[in-house]
Write a protein that binds this ligand. Structure first.
Ligand code: UDP
Length: 328
């Protein structure tokens, strides 16, 4: 049985990856310090023999006994609100966490796939974004802690690949959504759905003319799965090219939820990218992958999930307490 370590395993993407690799017959070790992740996302896997959970912060030395075939490094805060609250942890998990996991991959002779992001393109001057684009990132702005950590992550991964011959993969993930997103993490989809469910107006930032391209989680996981098993070591965009303005997206949510909320405009956060759309030619060609789930179907499933959450969660602004972090 192949053994895989998934860091950030209790998070949104991490937990879906745990499900997928369990389904494929792997022994899965999920690792998470639960700073933004939630054990509820993994509860259903705990009874399984081929599943283990380690509560560990990957910025500290990572030890896993025995053999390891694969590592997926998905530990990181991923919402702009989170990384504004825990900027130093965000930098550390991208930099020191990645260093520790590359060291582990080298020691175990395991293949490692690291989760990079469309944020490495910053506020892009090239549209849609191909992997060849170097990006337009403000190093010292509020998002810099995430963007630069992910850029460093790619650099150190390529250095381990070239210098130590470690078997590496890099996925650049574009906006992804689906069940298990944290309700109050500030990202646009849980934000809008939460507002609709509470009967509040939908807060569109800026003019709402900025664009995003949303990928349903099952498609994203399929792309990552194929990339891990491919022999391609350079970065690959995995996302859905179907682009929409945030204003139009808010209208779609109002229709989907059947509510009569209005849209209200709020200030645009600093360095909020004005446009984002993946060019997925490489993923199509190399992985024979493209997204299959339409936004209508994906959003219907996502909305159905959020409706099952206990009512009191809807009114908790954020159930995550970061006060014990950021001390070092
Ligand atoms: N956004 C918004 N209202 C909200 C939350 C987000 O208009 O309540 C906008 C945000 O400014 C950005 C887009 O939605 O332009 C996507 O934001 P998100 O935080 O989900 O992720 P990003 O793609 O910026 O990392």
């Amino acid at each position: 049985m192949k053994k895989i370590l998934i860091t950030g395993g209790a998070g949104f993407l991490g937990s879906h990856l745990c499900d997928r690799f369990i389904k494929e017959g792997y022994h899965v070790i999920a690792m998470d310090n639960l700073i933004t992740g939630d054990l509820k996302n993994l509860e259903h896997l705990f009874p399984l023999e081929n599943f283990e959970f380690y509560n560990h912060d990957v910025t500290k030395f990572v030890h896993v006994p025995g053999d390891l075939d694969y590592i997926l490094h998905f530990a990181s805060p991923a919402s702009p609100i989170d990384y504004l609250k825990i900027p130093i942890q965000t930098l550390k998990v991208g930099a020191m966490g990645t260093h520790n996991l590359l060291g582990l991959a080298k020691e175990k002779q395991a293949r490692i796939l690291i989760a990079s992001t469309s944020e490495i393109y910053g506020d892009p001057l090239v549209h849609p974004q191909t992997e060849a684009y170097y990006g337009n990132v403000n190093t010292i702005g509020p998002r810099g802690v995430y963007d630069e950590a992910k850029r460093f992550m790619e650099s150190i991964t390529m250095a381990y690949h070239r210098f130590h011959g470690v078997d590496t993969r890099i996925v650049r993930i574009f906006n992804t959504y689906g069940p298990r997103m944290r309700l109050n993490d500030g990202r646009v989809i849980p934000a809008f759905i939460g507002q609709a469910l509470r009967g509040e107006d939908l807060t569109v930032f800026g003019t709402g003319n900025q664009t995003r391209s949303f990928c349903y989680v099952d498609d994203e996981v399929e792309g990552i799965y194929r990339l891990l098993l491919s022999d391609y070591a350079l970065p690959i965009n995995i996302g859905n090219p179907n682009e929409i303005t945030i204003k139009d997206f808010a209208e779609e949510i109002i229709k989907l939820t059947g509510t009569d909320q209005k849209i209200i405009l709020k200030p645009l956060p600093q360095d909020d990218p004005l446009q984002r759309q993946p060019d997925i030619s490489k993923a199509r060609e190399i992985l024979n992958w493209e997204p299959k789930v339409s936004r209508a179907d994906g959003m219907a499933k996502t909305y159905a999930y959020f409706k099952t959450l206990p009512k009191d969660e809807l009114y908790k602004r954020d159930h995550k307490d970061f006060s014990n972090y950021n001390k070092d």
